[in-house]
Design a protein around this ligand. Structure first.
Ligand SMILES: Cc1cc2nc3c(=O)[nH]c(=O)nc-3n(C[C@H](O)[C@H](O)[C@H](O)COP(=O)(O)OP(=O)(O)OC[C@H]3O[C@@H](n4cnc5c(N)ncnc54)[C@H](O)[C@@H]3O)c2cc1C
Length: 369
């Protein structure tokens, strides 16, 4: 891209913030646009576990997630860990014998891929890592020491704040309603819901679960799956766990000094059955108390159902769409893990025009008719 060109980042969750921050620090003119407030979309309603251990289905996807973990560590060195980066590892165990065999098999596969894995007994975990858990003494517990959790909203705030301090513009509470193109099909203007128009040369579609709608504004078909998830924040006087974990039937992580986040794929499966979110939150809270009895004294503070931003085949859609010069996509599930690496790779592609091999399997062109 040329220095005089202006980039609009549509959507300011972890993906848009990461792309825009990387562009801005390399001198690009960036305008962030969000229909709501930065970081308050799915990024604020995520289990927010930074990992590659759950991404073994395809080697290139695993490698991208490992690069995502490294990009977080690098980002924490560059901007400081502040109140967003919690590299405390991840614990996983199960009460089902078949799932336990699978968990240990996956741990073996990951160790073979040079991913750090440690296996403890429940008793060792209680003694060394998490005294508040009820995990049975003999149960094998897999510990991934290089994994982490992230406070997504705080990270977005840091990235956007730094970009704005170095000249980027932020337009919040206004949605992109239309994208105008020139006679050659290239990006020219944006129409916003506050009635204003912006002249831009490049747009990055980072609109999360609304990315398909934004792609439609340039007549592009970006097929996405609907996969809602329910997250509950529990307020507690003292946070009884020190790291993110997958326990039987429940995922638990700290969320700062006075809050814990709960999630479960089993509960997500009930979202479309007509059950009230408040009732599903109570089920999460009950499951969590079986694992951490101290959570009995806590209260449900907030619950939200959010749609995961997932392209139809389950993999990220990142990069240019060559038929629309100036249009780029940054759309992904596992966006908490992948935000910093996608931000770095996509910004570099926009600035230099060079495509990185690491994104070869995740190109938007795979969805062209
Ligand atoms: C229950 C659940 C658990 C998850 N757990 C994990 C996990 O453990 N680890 C992990 O890595 N990932 C996880 N994810 C996925 C991860 O949270 C998302 O991939 C990530 O937050 C997506 O970030 P984003 O920036 O794309 O989207 P968002 O944070 O939703 O940001 C998109 C922004 O676009 C804005 N927008 C939309 N339309 C427009 C428009 N027309 N104009 C302007 N702005 C617009 C919205 O207001 C929003 O702020 C989970 C997701 C869910 C739902």
């Amino acid at each position: 891209m040329k220095r005089s060109e202006r980039v609009a980042v549509i959507g300011v969750g972890i993906l848009g913030a990461s792309v825009g921050w990387n562009l801005s620090r390399h001198g690009a003119q960036v305008v962030f646009i969000d229909a709501g407030q930065p970081g308050e979309g799915v990024t604020n309603w995520s289990f927010s576990w930074v990992n590659a251990s759950n991404k073994t289905a395809r080697r290139s996807y695993f490698d991208l997630n490992v690069a995502g973990m490294a990009a977080h560590r690098e980002l924490a060195r560059t901007i400081g860990p502040d109140s967003w980066w919690y590299p405390s590892g991840h614990l996983r165990w199960t009460d089902d014998p078949a799932a336990q065999a699978k968990l240990l098999e996956t741990a073996g596969l990951l160790a073979g891929w040079d991913y750090r894995v440690e296996v403890y007994t429940g008793a060792e975990v209680r003694r060394r890592l998490e005294p508040a858990l009820t995990v049975p003494g003999e149960v094998p517990v897999v510990f991934y020491p290089d994994e982490a959790w992230v406070h997504g909203r705080h990270l977005v705030g840091r990235l956007v704040g730094q970009a704005v301090a170095s000249g980027a513009e932020l337009r919040s509470a206004t949605a992109v309603r239309d994208i105008g193109t020139g006679a050659d099909g290239s990006i020219r203007t944006l129409a916003l819901s506050d009635g204003s128009r912006l002249d831009v040369d490049i747009v990055v579609n980072a609109a999360g679960s609304s990315a398909s709608h934004v792609a439609g504004l340039i007549a592009r078909h970006l097929p996405m799956r609907r996969e809602p998830g329910l997250v509950t924040r529990i307020g507690c006087a003292q946070v009884p766990v020190h790291r993110a974990m997958h326990a039987p039937h429940i995922e638990i992580r700290p969320d700062g000094d006075a809050s814990v986040v709960l999630h479960s794929r089993e509960i997500d499966a009930l979202i479309d059955t007509g059950e009230e979110p408040a009732q599903l939150a109570r089920l999460l809270h009950e499951s969590a108390q079986h694992v951490v009895p101290e959570l009995g004294g806590s209260r449900i503070a907030q619950t939200r159902v959010a749609d995961r931003p997932i392209p139809a085949d389950g993999f990220p859609s990142v990069g240019a769409v060559p038929s629309v010069p100036g249009y780029y996509e940054a759309v992904s599930h596992s966006g908490i893990t992948l935000g910093p690496v996608i931000g770095r790779l996509l910004a570099s592609e926009i600035l230099s025009g060079k495509r990185d091999e690491m994104l070869a399997d995740f190109r938007p062109e795979r969805f062209l008719p």
